[in-house]
Design a protein around this ligand. Structure first.
Ligand code: S3P
Length: 163
């Protein structure tokens, strides 16, 4: 089965996946390898719709893999109904890394390595709206919800390993 890490940007999905296994599958990294450029550049050149198409294709490919795998998703994977349908079938093994908006906003703002396109292209108020809508979707798809505000990635990984 696939343990799928869900959550908003900055929640630590990729970092936590790295504490679970060396061989996790990171959707954003896979997409970057497919297109040969960073997500930021891809968004700027081809737009969000093209990115979402690739994201859906990648999710479908990964969910077909047999065996115990860890998938780290991009925060927007839940906006497509087709993706949600796939993820719904895996609900028992989906883990939501939940954090408060202010904590995530500060992390995203201070991330000098990866400036997320949706952060750059939206006001704080609009970004908050995206967060609220997404949280409802993540919650409906995850049997395990971990509040990550005051937990280290090691602690979060330990909880997930007990699943
Ligand atoms: C996105 C989240 C990003 C990346 C892209 C879009 C989103 O991944 O897939 O910038 O729509 O929430 P992270 O959740 O790893 O930041």
């Amino acid at each position: 089965m696939a343990k799928v890490l869900l959550g908003f940007m900055g929640a630590g999905k990729t970092t936590v996946a790295g504490y679970l296994t060396d061989n996790f599958l990171d959707m954003d990294t896979i997409i970057e390898e497919k297109v040969g450029m960073s997500i930021t550049d891809f968004f700027a050149e081809y737009g969000e719709a093209a990115f979402r198409k690739l994201e859906s294709e990648t999710l479908q490919e990964l969910m077909k893999i047999d065996g115990d795998i860890i998938i780290s998703t991009g925060g927007g994977v839940v906006i497509s109904e087709k993706n949600r349908e796939l993820l719904r079938q895996n609900r028992k093994y989906n883990v939501l890394l939940a954090a408060s908006f202010e904590v995530l906003y500060e992390r995203i703002k201070n991330d000098k390595v990866y400036q997320r396109p949706l952060f750059l292209n939206n006001s704080k108020e609009d970004f908050h709206g995206i967060f609220e809508r997404r949280m409802m979707l993540y919650e409906g798809l995850s049997d395990l919800i971990i509040n990550v505000d005051n937990r280290t990635p090691e602690e979060i990984a330990r909880i997930i390993k007990c699943m």
